[in-house]
Design a protein around this ligand. Structure first.
Ligand SMILES: [Zn+2]
Length: 126
């Protein structure tokens, strides 16, 4: 980690997500930093790290005694909220295949069996 976190902006710049951990009940969750920033920006709250602590409350027990942490990898959030982004990773043509006919997606083409590919080509021609 490069330097201490002084504000939520630091997290944002580092691409890290925010962990909100409850001291009262032990519940914690990770929130995407862009989501947090959007709320703070809209409400014109200070993104100062210590000031930000007052803005959170435990979702489970309602306690305001929360500890903010940093999730540098954002695994939890990515798992829950970003399946679309993960699926958007460019699909490349499987080695040894001809490019698909127009109107057929690469992923469909890659997955198809030999026979299905013939069918897709016929369909594209008709
Ligand atoms: Zn709690």
């Amino acid at each position: 980690m490069a330097g201490p976190v002084r504000s939520l902006d630091d997290l944002s710049n580092k691409g890290a997500d925010l962990v909100i951990a409850c001291r009262a009940c032990g519940h914690d969750r990770t929130v995407a930093i862009e989501q947090v920033m959007a709320v703070f920006f809209r409400r014109r709250w200070s993104t100062d790290w210590s000031a930000a602590h007052q803005r959170f409350r435990c979702r489970k027990c309602g306690s305001k005694d929360v500890r903010l942490g940093v999730d540098f990898y954002g695994y939890a959030v990515r798992r829950q909220r970003r399946p679309a982004a993960l699926a958007a990773v460019p699909v490349t043509l499987k080695p040894g295949l001809h490019p698909p006919p127009p109107g057929v997606s690469l992923s469909e083409w890659n997955r198809a069996t030999e026979r299905e590919r013939k069918r897709l080509v016929d369909r594209a021609r008709s």
